[in-house]
Design a protein around this ligand. Structure first.
Ligand SMILES: [Fe+2]
Length: 166
């Protein structure tokens, strides 16, 4: 199960960075005619991430692993980049970033779903639940973009280095 807990930890890292990005947009969104709608929507998403983060960390423990806990490690392991204060917080940029972050996580969910069908039904069930949530997010985000859906860059596999204790 070591490989599965490792994959769960990579998902945990992306969920933590995504949560921070969603908070940034929830707080700093500007120049949006539907501010109240999107402020509330992004706030709801980061609340949902909090629930997923807790469950993924607990699944790591259930399967005898140790969840990553430091944010510096999340940033090293995540394929999602963090949003900084310098970035544009207009609605199109925010939707675009949320869309791309979501794609990385959807890829991880599919991979974990495929690799847990027979040996870890609890993880498999949770991946099915997350798949529903993330599919719905993708639908809302793409439906809200004024331009066409951005070209999807191929997801870069992050180099899986040997684990060394920090
Ligand atoms: Fe808030």
């Amino acid at each position: 199960m070591e490989d599965i807990t490792r994959k769960l930890n990579f998902l945990l890292a992306n969920l933590q960075v995504q949560r921070a990005n969603l908070q940034a947009v929830h707080w700093n969104l500007r120049g949006c005619h539907s501010f109240l709608t999107f402020h509330g929507y992004f706030g709801g998403l980061y609340d949902a991430n909090t629930g997923h983060i807790d469950m993924i960390a607990e699944l790591v423990r259930i399967h005898r692993g140790s969840p990553f806990i430091s944010f510096s490690r999340y940033l090293r392991r995540a394929t999602i980049s963090e949003v900084s204060e310098r970035e544009s917080m207009d609605i199109e940029a925010a939707l675009n970033k949320a869309f791309r972050d979501n794609l990385d996580i959807m890829g991880q969910i599919k991979d974990l779903f495929a690799s847990t069908a027979t040996n870890a039904p609890d993880i498999n069930d949770y991946m099915a639940l997350m798949s529903g949530d993330y599919g719905k997010r993708q639908w809302f985000l793409t439906s809200s973009m004024s331009s066409s859906v951005p070209a999807v860059p191929k997801m870069e596999e992050k180099e899986e280095e040997e684990e060394v204790e920090d």
